[in-house]
Design a protein around this ligand. Structure first.
Ligand SMILES: Nc1nc2c(ncn2[C@@H]2O[C@H](COP(=O)(O)OP(=O)(O)OP(=O)(O)O)[C@@H](O)[C@H]2O)c(=O)[nH]1
Ligand SMILES: [Mg+2]
Length: 349
């Protein structure tokens, strides 16, 4: 399952600096020769694919990238300083697309450390010293620097979520992803607040993994009830599920079972995935009830149950530890290879 992460940015390389007009001034020499140096080259815009970035989220906040211009030339034949190159770091797998109808592919950064000069900085203009000839010993010509280049482009990245969040509507899935990741998912005290999948990058114990929040599942979801079914395709390729059960539900075992049945009915071996089960919103009940409901849920699921609350942050670290452990265990080298295999009910974002 792939999510597409994309961002539109503006890039501009630096203009070249102007060439200088200058004449030597020396004692006893009335008319010194021309000595205006050339302008410096403007900075290039370079894209570099780096390790450790997972998403294009940062590009939602910074959208304009301008390399500095070259400095002007100076007397004594001094060439202006070049503008520094602007290196834009992107995740491995980032594609750069034109901002036109076809979104034509301009560049594809597939390997770690790969660098491409995307826009070249303008050359510096010539200083008057370079115009000196045998017939014109006092040229005043010079050039302005050459302009940089600029354009809007789309960055696009196929993103693989490691963890899929499942549960009934209102179980607290979006609240959880907001509490543990950089996501800013909509939260509401009603069912189907989440209408489309949302990704968050979790940084935990110096590691990063991607969590996908999907709309809540209800009975019959696999057959199209509610809206969750449309998005089950998005958790097909996750490595691990986190199943949240609201402790305020009338019967937590039933709540759990409904969602499991839908995962089962959907097929695609969703129920074979490692799953972490958590009793959520435990800030709303006392410890005794937490223990009793956890025991019910453990009996139903046959798994250890974590007590969780996003607002009080109870259990967050323990749940993230459990997820990280299972993400590591189930590293699946094939995961990226069968992109073309038909995924059931996959819907584009
Ligand atoms: N007290 C308490 N309230 C919570 C907790 N987590 C979520 N809530 C509340 O429960 C309601 C539903 O939360 P959401 O995060 O929108 O639930 P969801 O599972 O994403 O819901 P859908 O997107 O509709 O499937 C909101 O009013 C939240 O404020 C929690 O740990 N404790
Ligand atoms: Mg939600």
């Amino acid at each position: 399952m792939h999510f597409l992460d994309q961002a539109k940015i503006f890039v501009r390389s630096g203009a070249g600096g102007p060439g200088a007009v200058s004449f030597r001034r020396e004692k006893y020499i009335e008319y010194g020769g021309p000595d205006g140096g050339n302008g410096g080259k403007g900075g290039d815009v370079i894209f570099e694919a780096v390790h450790g970035l997972n998403t294009l989220i940062d590009f939602r906040y910074t959208q304009h990238f301008r390399a500095p211009r070259g400095k002007g030339g100076a007397g004594s034949n001094r060439t202006g300083a070049g503008g520094d190159d602007l290196v834009i770091k992107v995740p491995v797998g980032t594609q750069i697309l034109a901002d036109d109808e076809e979104r034509s592919l301009l560049a594809d950064l597939t390997k770690e450390g790969e660098k491409i000069v995307f826009l070249r900085g303008g050359d510096g203009g010539r200083g008057n010293a370079s115009y000196k000839t045998s017939t014109n010993r006092t040229p005043r010509q010079h050039q302005k620097g050459w302009p940089g280049e600029e354009m809007y482009v789309w960055l696009r990245l196929k993103l693989l979520a490691d963890v899929g969040l499942v549960g009934l509507p209102n179980a607290g899935k979006s609240t959880f992803i907001n509490a543990v990741s950089n996501a800013d998912a909509k939260v509401g005290a009603y069912a189907f607040t989440t209408l489309r999948p949302q990704l968050g990058v979790v940084s935990h114990r110096q590691r990063e993994f991607v969590v996908a929040d999907i709309p809540g599942l209800i009975e019959g979801a696999a057959d199209g009830a509610g809206i969750g079914d449309r998005f089950l395709g998005h958790i097909e390729r996750t490595k691990v599920l986190l199943h949240l059960v609201d402790c305020q539900d009338e019967d937590v075992a039933t709540s759990y079972r409904i969602v499991r049945d839908e995962l089962e009915a959907y097929g695609a071996d969703l129920t074979d995935k490692p799953v972490v089960v958590a009793l959520n919103k435990v800030d709303t009940i006392d410890a005794e009830l937490v223990a009793a409901l956890s025991a019910e849920l453990e009996a139903e699921s046959g798994r250890p149950v974590f007590a969780l609350s996003s607002p009080s942050r109870q259990g967050l670290d323990a749940v993230l530890d459990a997820l990280l452990e299972r993400v590591d265990d189930s590293s699946d080298p094939q995961a990226d290879d069968d992109e073309d295999a038909p995924a059931k009910a996959w819907s584009p974002l």
